[in-house]
Design a protein around this ligand. Structure first.
Ligand code: ADP
Ligand code: MG
Ligand code: MG
Ligand code: MG
Length: 418
């Protein structure tokens, strides 16, 4: 049942609603009848409108009472817009310049008004098109590092963190989507699962029935639901990153919840790696995509290195929370123990991230929500070959995440195997 006062926005309702909000109408400028409105939602869940007037633009995102990608047969509570807004309110102050500005939230319409990003494009589409954005991975790494330290009890009093965690612990509908779609569904017989068939039938059966793979994914699902380390974005794939030549922003934090830091890092790396595996499927007579593919692996490396370095630096600079009281480690005799702890912690996040990356790859190839990277490869055997190679990596990551020495070891191995 849809709450009283909710109605799905359309062109006329949106125009009238914005015209009644003076600070937003002023951003657009001119006569509301002349504003240009287009609905551009291409994600799995929501309506997204871009509105342009003579003075500027805004982006309006509204929850639908069902999963957009599935239709009305898959109901989904509207509250996700509230949690997206809460992420902008609570994490936003730590993430200036890395996310859109957030201007308005309407609790009746479950709609928010945020900065229109233009001329930005979605990173995933750009990776398919072969357009390079050398700064993108650094910005996403900065986003993950800042979120990981600054929303956590390393940097904040635990009372503040507990209050924030309590807000996002109510984000149950989308947390259930993650718990099921990533950590369980790919291993169950469900009609919403699919894969490239018949080419992948054998590989799919092998990995779905692999007991140690199942156990590794289940262990990560356990960590996701119990280890409340920091506020996660929760859906940090390359479709949640918008890029321009000189600017990168992370959008769509509706899955926000406290969880293990390696989750966001792992999802982002997994989606870059899938973009890399897909490149041969995008080759043309003019461009075999080899150089562009190498650039994607460089992005994976830059992402991890920048994340690790910034996590360490931010921890040292903001170690005023209740967890790991750094004041106890500020003498020459104790400082080394703090440095050792930071290095071990980053090493543990790396292992977590590689495991979560493996789980993400599996669910994108065998589960409900697939990727444009592979889906846009028209030739089915070519697509299946790319997906099969990615599945092999996923299995390796899930079974050996703790033994992979560092990011360069992983990338060298990938270059060699293909
Ligand atoms: P969903 O939760 O349904 O995935 P997203 O927040 O990812 O919705 O937005 C869907 C699409 O809308 C994005 O892929 C992008 O093309 C467009 N979009 C979203 N936010 C903005 C924005 N602030 N500026 C411009 N376009 C946006
Ligand atoms: Mg999205
Ligand atoms: Mg910037
Ligand atoms: Mg979304």
């Amino acid at each position: 049942p849809v709450p009283e006062g909710y109605q799905t926005l359309d062109d006329a309702r949106l125009r009238a609603w914005l015209a009644g909000l003076p600070h937003l109408a002023a951003k657009l400028g001119g006569d509301s009848a002349a504003w240009q409105i287009e609905e551009v939602g291409d994600g799995n869940l929501n309506l997204v409108f871009l509105v342009r007037g003579p003075a500027g633009g805004v982006c309006v995102k509204q929850s639908l009472p069902y999963v957009r990608a599935a239709g009305e047969s898959w109901p989904m509570p509207l509250e996700r817009a509230f949690f997206e807004h809460q992420h902008y309110a609570i994490a936003g102050p730590h993430l200036a310049g890395l996310i859109p500005q957030s201007w308005h939230y309407d609790p009746r319409l479950f709609a928010s008004v945020i900065e229109l990003l233009s001329p930005h494009r979605i990173l995933r589409q750009e990776l398919v098109a072969g357009h390079a954005y050398p700064q993108a991975a650094l910005a996403v790494a900065e986003f993950v590092a800042r979120s990981a330290v600054l929303t956590s009890p390393l940097a904040q009093p635990f009372e503040t963190v507990f209050a924030h965690s309590a807000v996002f612990s109510r984000n149950v509908a989308l947390t259930r989507v993650t718990a099921e779609l990533i950590f369980a569904d790919p291993f169950e017989d469900l009609v919403r699962n699919r894969w490239t068939t018949p080419e992948l039938d054998h590989a799919a059966a092998a990995i779905r029935n692999h007991a140690a793979v199942r156990a590794a994914v289940a262990r990560l699902g356990h960590a996701f639901l119990t280890r409340k380390e920091a506020l996660l974005h929760g859906d940090l794939h390359t479709g949640s990153v918008m890029v321009s030549a000189d600017d990168t922003r992370v959008i769509d934090p509706e899955f926000a919840v406290y969880g293990p830091v390696g989750f966001d890092a792992g999802l982002f790396m997994a989606n870059l790696l899938m973009a890399w595996f897909a490149q041969p499927g995008h080759a043309t007579a003019q461009d075999n995509r080899q150089a562009f593919a190498d650039g994607i692996l460089q992005q994976v490396r830059l992402f991890w290195q920048h994340f690790a370095q910034r996590y360490d630096a931010l921890w040292q600079a903001h170690a005023s929370g209740d967890a790991w009281p750094a004041r106890l480690f500020d003498s020459p005799a104790t400082a080394a123990a703090f440095a050792t702890e930071r290095a071990e912690r980053i090493r543990a996040v790396f292992a977590d991230a590689l495991g979560f990356a493996g789980a993400e790859i599996i669910r994108r190839i065998l589960g409900f929500a697939h990727n444009l990277d592979f889906e846009s490869i028209a030739d089915r055997p070519t697509r299946a070959a790319a997906e099969a190679a990615a599945l092999q990596l996923a299995e390796h990551l899930l079974l050996h995440s703790a033994d992979i020495a560092d990011i360069d070891t992983l990338l060298a191995q990938l270059r060699q195997d293909t």
